[in-house]
Design a protein around this ligand. Structure first.
Ligand SMILES: Cc1cc2nc3c(=O)[nH]c(=O)nc-3n(C[C@H](O)[C@H](O)[C@H](O)COP(=O)(O)OP(=O)(O)OC[C@H]3O[C@@H](n4cnc5c(N)ncnc54)[C@H](O)[C@@H]3O)c2cc1C
Length: 341
C-alpha cells in the first residue's frame, strides 16, 4: 500500500479524461478570439477559431465564465528568445538538449524548480540553482494551514481591505509557493550521498537570496547577472541553459477588449471581482483563477474548483442549487463570533 494518498498526476489526467468522455457539451480545439455584447438582444457573441484549420465558429450566450488559466511569467530582465532560455513549462520539450548541456542553471524555488532540479540530478546532471527567496522553503502542509483552503477562509480574506490583502498575500508564500516537504528532503539526501562518493572538494551550487537582474548572450553561453539580496553584492554567472521556474501570471485576454466598458475595474486596473466571482454590473461575466487580489491565495487551487463552480452556478441559477460547506475549520479567521453561521 502507498503511504500517502495523493493521486498521481497521471491518475488525475485519467480522471479528467473519464469525466470529459461522458460530457457531450465540451468543445475542444477552439480558440476564443473575440467576444462582443449584442445590446439590443442582450446576449454575448463568442467568436472562436477552429484549430488547426482556422475556420470560425460562433456561439451565443447570456453568461460567460472565463477560465483561461495563467501564462508563463518571464522576468523583464530576460529576453525569452535568447537561445538556451527555457521556461519551466517547456522543460520536457528541451530535455534531450539539456542532457547534453555543459551547464544548466535553474531560477526560482517553487515546486517546478525543485522537480526539475531533482529530475536532472537523477539523470546525473549537476545544475546550479538560484532563488531570490531567503531559503529553499517547504510548502506548509500542516493541518491548521490546510484549514485555510476552505470557503470560510476565502470569505474572510474577501472582506479584508485592499492594502491588508496585499500584505497578507505577501506573507503567505509558504502556503502555496514552496516545495513539497518530501521533495526537499529527498533532494538534500541525494546531494549528500553524491558528495559522499565524490573525490572533489565540495562546491555549493544552490544559492538563496540571489536575484537575477540581467541576462546577455556571450558566444554560446548566457551571462547572468545577479544581486545578493542581503549583502548587495553583484556577480556574474555563466550558463549554457537557463531554466526559468518563475511561475505563471494572469494576463487580461485580448478577446475581452470589446467588453472593457461592461467590466468593473479596481483603481489599479484589475478585475473588481465580486464575492460570487462576477466582474460586471449585471453579474453576467464570471472569472476563475483571475481573482488572487480579491479572493486570496486559494485562487489557483484545483481542489477549490468545485466550490468556485458551485458559487458561480448558484448565482447563474438564482438559487442555492449546490450546497456550500460552511464552518469547516476549527479556526475562526476573523476572531470569536465573526463569520459563524
Ligand atoms: C507543475 C504544476 C503542478 C501543479 N500542481 C498543483 C497541485 O498539486 N494542486 C493544485 O491545486 N494546483 C496545482 N497547480 C496549479 C494548477 O495546475 C493551476 O492553478 C490550474 O491548472 C489552473 O486551472 P485553470 O483552469 O485556471 O487554468 P488551466 O489549467 O491553465 O486551463 C486553462 C484552459 O483554457 C484554455 N484557453 C486559454 N486561452 C484560451 C482561448 N483564448 N480560447 C479557448 N481556450 C483557451 C487553455 O487551453 C486551457 O485548456 C500546478 C501547476 C503546475 C504548473
Amino acid at each position: 500500500m502507498r503511504e500517502e494518498y495523493f493521486p498521481l498526476r497521471s491518475e488525475y489526467n485519467d480522471y479528467c479524461n473519464w469525466v470529459a468522455g461522458q460530457l457531450t457539451n465540451l468543445r475542444f480545439h477552439l480558440r476564443c478570439m473575440d467576444i462582443v455584447y449584442n445590446t439590443a438582444k442582450g446576449y454575448y457573441v463568442v467568436y472562436c477559431m477552429k484549430l488547426p484549420f482556422g475556420h470560425s465558429v460562433i456561439f451565443k450566450c447570456k453568461r460567460l465564465v472565463i477560465g483561461i488559466g495563467t501564462a508563463p511569467y518571464i522576468p523583464s530582465s530576460v529576453d525569452k528568445d535568447l537561445k538556451g532560455v527555457i521556461h519551466s513549462g517547456q522543460y520536457k520539450y528541451h530535455k534531450a538538449a539539456l542532457l547534453d548541456s555543459q551547464r544548466i542553471t535553474i531560477i526560482g524555488s517553487g515546486q517546478s524548480a525543485a522537480e526539475i532540479f531533482d529530475d536532472l540530478l537523477d539523470d546525473g546532471k549537476r545544475p546550479f540553482w538560484f532563488t531570490r527567496s531567503p531559503r529553499f522553503f517547504p510548502m506548509d502542509y500542516s493541518k491548521f494551514a490546510l484549514e485555510m483552503t476552505s470557503p470560510d477562509y476565502i470569505r474572510h480574506f474577501y472582506h479584508l481591505d485592499g492594502s491588508t490583502k496585499e500584505r497578507v498575500l505577501k506573507e503567505q508564500s509558504a502556503l502555496y509557493k514552496g516545495i513539497n516537504q518530501e521533495l526537499v528532503s529527498s533532494i538534500y539526501d541525494k546531494l549528500y550521498e553524491r558528495d559522499l562518493d565524490s573525490a572533489t572538494v565540495k562546491q555549493p551550487y544552490l544559492f538563496p537570496n540571489c536575484a537575477l537582474t540581467q541576462v546577455n548572450k556571450a558566444d554560446n553561453w548566457l551571462n547572468c547577472q545577479f544581486v545578493h539580496q542581503e549583502t548587495g553584492r553583484t556577480f556574474d554567472h555563466k550558463t549554457m541553459h537557463l531554466i526559468l521556474a518563475t511561475g505563471y501570471r494572469y494576463n487580461t485576454p485580448r478577446f475581452l477588449h470589446p467588453l472593457m466598458n461592461r467590466i468593473q475595474w479596481t483603481s489599479n486596473g484589475r478585475f473588481d471581482v465580486a464575492a460570487d466571482y462576477h466582474i460586471d454590473r449585471d453579474a453576467t461575466i464570471f472569472v476563475q483563477n483571475a481573482e488572487m487580489h480579491t479572493h486570496g491565495y486559494n485562487t489557483p487551487d484545483l481542489g477549490m474548483g468545485p466550490y468556485r463552480n458551485a458559487v458561480i452556478l448558484n448565482t447563474i441559477l438564482g438559487r442555492a442549487h449546490f450546497s456550500i460547506e460552511e464552518n469547516v475549520p476549527f479556526q475562526g479567521f476573523a476572531g470569536p463570533g465573526v463569520g459563524m453561521s
